[in-house]
Design a protein around this ligand. Structure first.
Ligand code: KG4
Ligand code: ZN
Length: 336
């Protein structure tokens, strides 16, 4: 079964076609980074307008690239939340309308379920059950995953998400948007000079907090000469503290659940130092680390097509309403 996936929850228009037996056939992405960088962050209204401009041409491109005609598409998956309301509505409306026109089912996909299942697109996908660390711009979640839709939240951020902390640190350091990759590039020039706290690691539990780290970063910057080397050393200290904190919590989650498989996904999982800290930790724990290829760490249509395809195969689909949910706890999803 060919499934078209549409992702428009934030600042990337992603479209892909996934086949239930053949796997991923095609995926295209248009990133709005250049447009938003002028404003130092995502401008929701501009994001929605740009999704409107890009989504149909990307769908056409996907169909042309695969030589598929519309009647061969047997289902349409779209990101219904969480995300920016206007942006979500673009994908939801286009998906629902195409499904109506082509007389095929449409399925509303949870964006974080898409991220969580992205490693399934790789050659050696993880078997269930596993622990997943989901780290994006809006979420930091540790989840026990027993199957699709069988999610038990083990821990989450009590304040800023990990990606948000990267974005705010970038702003403080004058690096602008998008923050994560910029902090990461600057950190490569940094020296181990400052020691930043590893928040909430000195007490039991699997929750996170990144706002204290943000304040610590700001204070360190203000007390420095603000030279280029100071900034690089601060970026390095921030990234190291974040990577170690995530590794400590993931180790705890593996020990607590007794599981030996860890998945990392979401935009922040593209970070090299974080991947390497988690790799070292999982090797010590005799566990295996799974992550998506770099381009599927950040937002994309492929993960939505995959997640939607699994739910459609299980017989799920939406009724005729246009379904968009800016806030949507992942624990509310139904199990397959
Ligand atoms: O998953 P994603 O593309 O969108 C959301 O669902 O939020 O994640 C975007 C987040 C942003 O906060 C961005 O700064 C962060 O992921 N990010 C990174 C890196 N690449 C993207 N953070 C750290 N290092 C990176 N290389
Ligand atoms: Zn995302």
């Amino acid at each position: 079964m060919y499934v078209l996936g549409i992702e428009t929850s934030c600042d990337e228009t992603g479209v892909a076609i996934y086949h239930s037996e053949k796997g991923l056939i095609s995926d295209f992405l248009y990133s709005q980074v250049a447009m938003h960088s002028e404003y130092g962050g995502v401008v929701p209204e501009l994001a929605s307008r740009d999704h409107i401009r890009r989504v149909i041409p990307l769908i056409k491109q996907c169909l042309t690239h695969t030589n598929l005609s519309a009647p061969e598409i047997k289902g349409i998956a779209y990101t219904a939340g969480p995300g920016l309301m206007g942006a979500l509505l673009v994908g939801a409306t286009v998906a629902r309308s195409l499904a109506w026109t082509w007389q095929v089912p449409a399925i509303a996909v949870h964006h974080m379920e898409g991220h969580l299942l992205a490693p399934m697109l790789e050659e050696n996908p993880p078997a269930f059950p596993f622990v997943a660390l989901l780290v994006s711009g809006g979420h930091t979640l540790l989840v026990r995953v027993d199957g699709i839709g069988r999610y038990q939240i083990l821990g989450e951020s009590l304040d800023d998400a990990a990606g948000e902390a990267f974005d705010k640190t970038a702003k403080m350091l004058g690096l602008g948007y998008p923050g994560g990759p910029k902090v990461s590039a600057l950190a490569e020039l940094g020296q181990p000079r400052f020691k930043f706290p590893r928040p909430m690691t000195d007490r039991p539990g699997l929750d996170f907090s990144f706002s204290g780290l943000k304040t610590f970063t700001l204070n360190t910057l203000q007390n420095s000469e603000k030279t280029a080397q100071d900034k690089a050393d601060i970026a390095y200290a921030f990234q190291t503290a974040t990577a170690e904190t995530l590794a400590i919590k993931c180790r705890r989650a593996l020990q607590q659940t007794g599981l030996k498989r860890l998945v990392i996904a979401g935009g922040v999982s593209a970070n090299k130092q974080i991947r390497s800290a988690l790799l070292t930790m999982t090797e010590k724990e005799q566990a295996t680390l799974y992550f998506p290829r770099l381009k599927f760490c950040t937002d994309n249509g492929a993960m939505i097509a995959y997640a939607g395809c699994q739910r459609l195969l299980a017989g799920q689909h939406e009724n005729l309403e246009i379904y968009a949910k800016p806030r949507w706890p992942i624990g509310e999803l139904s199990a397959l």
